[in-house]
Design a protein around this ligand. Structure first.
Ligand code: SF4
Length: 316
């Protein structure tokens, strides 16, 4: 991994005083933990589209699919101004080489999920998406995106960060102009990670790689990328992880003693029953993989999808 991963972020989450009231919404997990691995590119659509700090609060009004951005008291409509800004900004973001975006929840500009939209009854429905967040998702449908609030949920956080690191590796593969051989290596190294998310996608991607000589490179990589990100969006459940753990054990079960095998099976079973987190069986497995130098497993991204220091598998 050369340098930090470039990630867009709602500017107020970094502690920048860009909010309507002149304050910020610094998120310590982002600034104190993720910042060690991610190089954040701050974006405040409201300030960057020309609105002042402080400013009147705004909300989404009308149809949830095509809401208007209106100030709460004076009713000033900023929709066109924001849409003009978004069109320009999402294009400009292409030069930033982002591998993810973290949005501020509930914002009519930056919120990603369940943003309030006020209908004619005056009653809000949590069905909307901030205008800028919508523009980013439309322009970059494969980009991993999340809200800071959801990053405080351990399984969602692990899933998002795993996806960011994997997408970043994929982007590096694309940037290095990898050919068939490199795609085969990428696919082989990610097999167990894909299996933990979706065995169905793993088979489909295997077929894509096997038949790759018969399709254009552009077609192949487009389809492969779509499957990769679709697979990673599916949750790696305890049941699917247990299946992968047994599969891994199959690679060295003849090398370890029957006592060691019983101990590992017992630990996998404890994980299956949610008595211990995923990091427990994986620590023992990593020990055997290193001890017996099992090359296929040593290269598997599943055994190290993100830095250990983030401790993401201590809570899932
Ligand atoms: S939520 Fe978005 S628009 Fe609002 S202050 Fe933060 S970055 Fe700016």
């Amino acid at each position: 991994m050369d340098g930090k991963i470039r990630v867009g972020v709602s500017s107020c989450l970094l502690g920048n005083r860009v909010r309507y009231d002149g304050g910020h919404q610094r998120d310590r997990y982002i600034t104190d933990v993720l910042a060690d691995y991610f190089n954040f590119i701050p974006v405040c659509p409201e300030v960057e589209c020309g609105l002042p700090v402080p400013r009147e609060t705004m909300r989404l009004v009308g149809d949830a699919e095509h809401p208007r951005l209106i100030t709460s008291k004076k009713g000033i409509d900023h929709t066109e101004k924001m849409i003009r800004y978004c069109t320009h900004k999402v294009q400009q973001l292409e030069n930033e080489n982002l591998s993810a975006f973290i949005f501020k929840k509930n914002s009519p500009s930056s919120g990603l999920h369940r943003v309030k939209v006020y209908g004619s009854s005056g009653q809000p429905q949590k069905k909307g998406r901030g205008l800028f967040a919508a523009a980013v998702v439309n322009r970059y449908p494969f980009l991993p995106v999340e809200e800071e609030g959801r990053l405080h949920d351990a399984p969602l956080r692990e899933n998002f960060i795993e996806k960011v690191f994997c997408y970043h590796r994929w982007k590096m593969f694309l940037q290095n102009n990898g050919g068939y051989k490199e795609l085969l290596i990428f696919h082989t190294d990610h097999k167990l990670q894909l299996m933990a998310h979706s065995p169905k996608h793993l088979s489909k991607m295997g077929r894509l790689v096997a038949e790759s000589k018969h399709v254009s490179r552009e077609d192949l990589l487009g389809k492969y990328q779509e499957c990769l990100l679709e697979a990673l969006s599916l949750k790696a459940t305890v049941k699917k992880n247990v299946n992968v753990l047994y599969h891994i054990m199959g690679h060295f079960k003849k090398l370890i003693s029957s006592d060691e095998k019983s101990e590992l099976l017992e630990i996998i079973n404890s994980y299956a029953q949610s008595y211990v987190p995923l990091v427990v069986p994986l620590t023992l497995i990593n020990h055997y993989v290193r001890k017996y130098r099992i090359f296929y497993l040593l290269e598997q991204s599943y055994l190290k999808p993100h830095p250990d220091e983030l401790m993401l598998r201590n809570h899932v």
